[in-house]
Structure formats: structure tokens, C-alpha cells
Design a protein. Structure first.
Lengths: 69, 280
């Protein structure tokens, strides 16, 4: 997995993983995403009061968590 | 309507099943397309990133279709999070509905809108037409770029990566976040700059030094973020009544199945949540 940023490609989403995602097979990509998702459950307590989309960013009363933007 | 890049190759069934959000989409869309995968999971679908914990859908403003989606969620033990109900009245006003459930060790969050920001009614209608036979239906790159122009700084690198998929010079000039790519495209298609500058004012600065264009891109991003912040702020302000009622609301629906939660939330919102919100 390359971790180098392609020359001249600024403003890219450049996680190490992102560089090869387009070249994975469906099975590889699915397995990868699933592993990431399972590991990401460990942070559920940290985003318990947050929203990712829509017209809310945090639950009322948790505005101190609102660090988007 | 600008040209879309090619749709991703159809995924294999096991690919759909291993992502619980894609599998959930199949249930939402049994017999009819009711919910289009959007935002984070659409980014996953387009192979841009694996890092999205939540599922987001654009849903039809149809009471029966929403009842079907609620029934699918109820079977899985979903409960409401604070927010608007999954109901045509509020969704049509631009509100979002948020639910979640546990699938073994996995927390699945499901977010719904019917009027996604920055998609015109014509674009939205075209999206429904385009995806009506898809399995799963997934928002395309251009519409996804529009959705990702949010108040969150972290969405803009994703926009930049999505724009990398574009091949049409006009689309690149409309959406790229890369000064290098914009200057390179402009050098070969200078005739497009003047007509497109009315849509994207920073194009009027070309030809210019790369640093100048980079500064213009930063300014544009901040303006886009401020615009979305104003939209969110308008909804949060309009939610004040519901926020005050939150304690009583959650006490009333605690431990109840989703159908009861939905009825309680709708009754509360009828008193506390305006349907129409004016955004400056």
C-alpha cells in the first residue's frame, strides 16, 4: 500500500488507504471496509451525541462538542 | 444537466451484504426505489474512502414509502435519535430524521432527508429518474460533490478527490479543488472560463499564479462553509421548542417500539417543530 502522495496532486483526500481503494477487488474492499467499521465501533462513546449529516451537528445540550468547521 | 462520470461497476451480492448499510438499502428498496444511498456511504460506494460509520439516504416524499422504511427499521429494533420524524411534512421542509440500532456489536446509524441541501428540485428529480432501476441506488459523483460542500472543513478534501473522477473539462472547472488541475484544464479550455465564471467566480482570476488561485480556493471554501453554517443555524434555531421538550419527549418514548416512538414524536413536533424554515 503506497503512502506517498502523487506528485502534483494537491487538495486530495490522501489517507494512506485511499490511494489504493479504487484498485481493490470488491471482496478486498468489502473486507477492508468491514474491518475498519468493526474497529471504529470502539469510538462510539465519543460520537454518541454527534450527528454526521442533516440539520443537526450535536444533540441539544452538547454544543461544546460542536467543533465542525 | 452536466455530464456524469461513468457509474461504478455493479457490485457483487457479497459486496452488498458485507456492508450492512448497503444490505439495509436493499430492504428499504424492496419492490421500489425509496431511498438513495447518499453522503458517507456513497463515498464508500465510489471507492473514495472507507471511513464512514453512518448511513445516509435521500428518501421519497411518500407516506407509504416512509412507512415501509420505518417498518424495516422497526424489525431491526431501531429507535429515534433527537431530530425530526421520518415523516413527509418535516422532510419536505428540509429537516432530517435520525435513527439507530444495534446489529450485534455494530451500531448502525441511519439518517434521512428528502430535500438534500444544494440540490435543486430539477437535479433531485433527475437523480430519482437516474436511479430508479439501480441496485443499490447511489447518488452520483456530481450530486455527491454538491452535498459535500458543507460547513465541515474535512469534507473539502473528499470533494477534491471526487472531482478527480471528472473528465469533462467544464465539470473539472466547476468542481475541482486543485489549483494545479484548474490551471492545467484552463490552459487547454480557456474558452470555458468566461461562461463558467458566473457560476464559479474564482475562475475569473485565471490566468494567474498558482498561489493566487490557491488563495481563491481557500476563500471559496470558507464562503461555502459559512453558507452551510447559516443553513444549519437556521434549523437549530427553529428547533428550540423541540429541544426544550426533549426531556419529556424522551421520557415518553423510552422503551417503546419504533411505531409508538414515531407517533409520540409526530405529536410533539406538530406542537414544537415548524415545518418551514427560512434560510438566509
Amino acid at each position: 500500500m503506497s503512502t506517498e502522495r502523487p506528485a502534483g496532486e494537491d487538495d486530495e483526500f490522501t489517507s494512506a488507504e485511499a490511494n489504493d481503494l479504487a484498485n481493490c477487488s470488491d471482496a478486498e474492499f468489502s473486507a477492508w471496509w468491514r474491518l475498519w467499521f468493526e474497529q471504529a465501533q470502539a469510538t462510539n462513546h465519543l460520537d454518541r451525541h454527534r450527528y454526521s449529516h442533516g440539520v443537526l451537528t450535536v444533540e441539544p445540550g452538547y454544543e461544546d462538542l460542536d467543533d465542525d468547521g | 444537466m452536466p455530464a456524469e462520470p461513468p457509474a461504478p461497476q455493479p457490485a457483487q451480492p457479497d459486496h452488498l451484504a458485507s456492508n450492512p448499510y448497503f444490505a439495509l438499502s436493499r430492504s428499504f428498496n424492496a419492490g421500489r426505489v425509496r431511498a438513495i444511498i447518499s453522503s458517507g456511504q456513497a463515498v464508500v460506494w465510489h471507492r473514495m474512502s472507507e471511513a464512514s460509520k453512518d448511513g445516509d439516504w435521500i428518501v421519497r416524499e411518500d407516506a407509504d414509502d416512509l412507512a415501509h422504511i420505518r417498518a424495516v427499521l422497526a424489525e431491526r429494533g431501531a429507535v429515534y435519535r433527537f431530530g425530526a420524524p421520518l415523516d413527509v411534512r418535516w422532510l419536505a421542509g428540509g429537516w432530517s430524521a435520525h435513527l439507530e440500532f444495534q446489529d450485534g456489536p455494530l451500531r448502525l446509524r441511519t439518517d434521512f432527508v428528502s430535500r438534500p441541501p444544494r440540490l435543486s428540485p430539477a437535479r433531485l428529480a433527475a437523480l430519482w429518474r437516474k436511479t430508479e432501476h439501480d441496485d443499490p441506488p447511489v447518488i452520483g459523483i456530481l450530486d455527491l460533490i454538491a452535498l459535500k460542500l458543507t460547513q465541515r472543513e474535512r469534507d473539502y478534501p473528499i470533494v477534491g478527490t471526487l472531482a478527480k473522477r471528472l473528465s469533462d473539462p467544464a465539470a473539472i472547472l466547476r468542481h475541482s479543488r486543485s489549483a494545479t488541475m484548474l490551471l492545467r484544464t484552463a490552459a487547454g479550455h480557456g474558452d470555458l472560463l468566461a461562461p463558467l465564471a458566473s457560476e464559479r467566480p474564482l475562475l475569473a482570476t485565471i490566468p494567474c499564479a498558482q498561489e493566487t488561485l490557491e488563495a481563491a480556493l481557500d476563500h471559496e471554501r470558507r464562503e461555502l462553509m459559512r453558507r452551510d453554517q447559516r443553513r444549519i443555524a437556521a434549523y437549530v434555531a427553529a428547533m428550540a421548542g423541540l429541544a426544550r421538550a426533549r426531556g419529556a419527549l424522551e421520557a415518553a418514548w423510552a422503551g417503546k417500539p419504533l411505531a409508538d416512538q414515531h407517533r409520540i414524536l409526530v405529536e410533539c413536533c406538530a406542537q414544537q417543530l415548524p415545518v418551514v424554515v427560512h434560510v438566509d
